[in-house]
Write a protein that binds this ligand. Structure first.
Ligand code: PBG
Length: 306
């Protein structure tokens, strides 16, 4: 009765890696239980999540073709756009969120256009906006720009408004740190940078008030939800943001956090189920309103068992 923090599947967001083709389930080695899946399987996964109370999904795409400009990111026939449309048909009440970034679509693996070995923000921003519009045209309920390029929320907001999508909210990956914990994701999304790292556009882990400034500026640019990512090494940032801002806060319990629990659980070194619940509760306790987690379905099942 006096439990101060209770988890609910309604606050979980379940990420999916969607590829072209059909009937495909390619296991992602460092993330047991999570696969690269084709659009038809993504529909089944969205239904499976919905049945246990997880009503929101976050979609990442694995395109057939990559090039220097990440051209396929806004292709209406690509995996993400097809998955959005098919999920909205097969599981109409599932809330579909998309990751808006170029790193899965560029052959060099960076989040935008590269000029002289540096990210060219001016050239990248319109492409991010075009990608977001293509997702919303396909039926996305919300877009989540994750490239960490200044101005990305503002340009997406104005493009969406111009196209008549004023009511589609934006979740900004506002405080996104350069992190070793994204390692398994880059295997899953085949998006590791071919040279350098993302240190020029993601935040260093020594920073705390910079995170607050990034969140503030995303709110000013029009973000409806702001995100802190990763979650576990940054619970202090989540806490601080939840105290300072009235905007809902999402926390991303990232791939490496999932892999660590999986690996230690499989080795019999920790109790996987207990660790998952403890971790998710810590993120909620820190002040997150929404938790993006690969454990969403499993945690919802554990919660229903009580
Ligand atoms: C960028 C993006 C990344 C993640 C989500 N969006 C990768 C990165 O910034 O390198 C990582 C999520 C995870 O590790 O689970 N599109």
């Amino acid at each position: 009765m006096l439990k101060e923090n209770r988890l609910s599947p309604a606050e979980f967001i379940y990420p999916m890696f969607v590829t072209n083709g059909s009937g495909i389930r390619n296991p992602i080695k460092p993330m047991p239980g999570i696969d690269q899946i084709s659009v038809d399987i993504a529909v089944e996964e969205a239904q499976r999540a919905f049945e246990v109370g997880v009503k929101a999904v976050l979609i990442f795409g694995l395109p057939d073709e990559k090039d220097a400009l990440g051209s396929s990111a806004s292709d209406p026939t690509e995996a993400v756009q097809s998955a959005i449309t098919e999920i909205k048909l097969g599981s109409p009440d599932t809330y579909v969120i998309t990751d808006v970034c170029l790193c899965e679509y560029t052959d060099h693996g960076h989040c935008g256009i590269i000029k002289d070995e540096d990210l060219d923000s001016e050239a990248t921003l319109p492409l991010l906006a075009k990608t977001a519009v293509s997702h919303v045209r396909a039926g996305a309920d919300m877009v989540a720009p994750s490239a960490m390029i200044d101005g990305q929320v503002a340009i997406i907001r104005s493009e969406l408004n111009e196209k008549g999508f004023n009511d589609v909210p934006i979740m900004g990956y506002s405080a996104k740190y350069t992190s070793a914990f994204y390692g398994p994701f880059r295997i899953a999304a085949e998006s590791a940078p071919k040279f350098g790292d993302r240190g020029s556009y993601q935040m260093g882990f020594t920073q705390s008030s910079e995170a607050i400034r990034e969140i503030q500026s995303d709110i000013e640019e029009g973000a409806d939800i702001v995100m802190v990512k990763p979650a576990l090494a940054y619970l202090d940032v989540i806490k601080e943001a939840s105290i300072r801002f009235n905007t809902p806060i999402a926390a991303y319990n990232v791939s490496g956090e999932y892999s660590m629990i999986s690996a230690a659980g499989n080795a019999g070194w920790i109790n996987r189920e207990k660790a998952i619940m403890e971790v998710l509760t810590s993120i909620k306790r820190a002040g997150a309103n929404l938790i993006i987690t690969y454990s969403a379905i499993e945690a919802a099942q554990l919660l229903s068992r009580g």
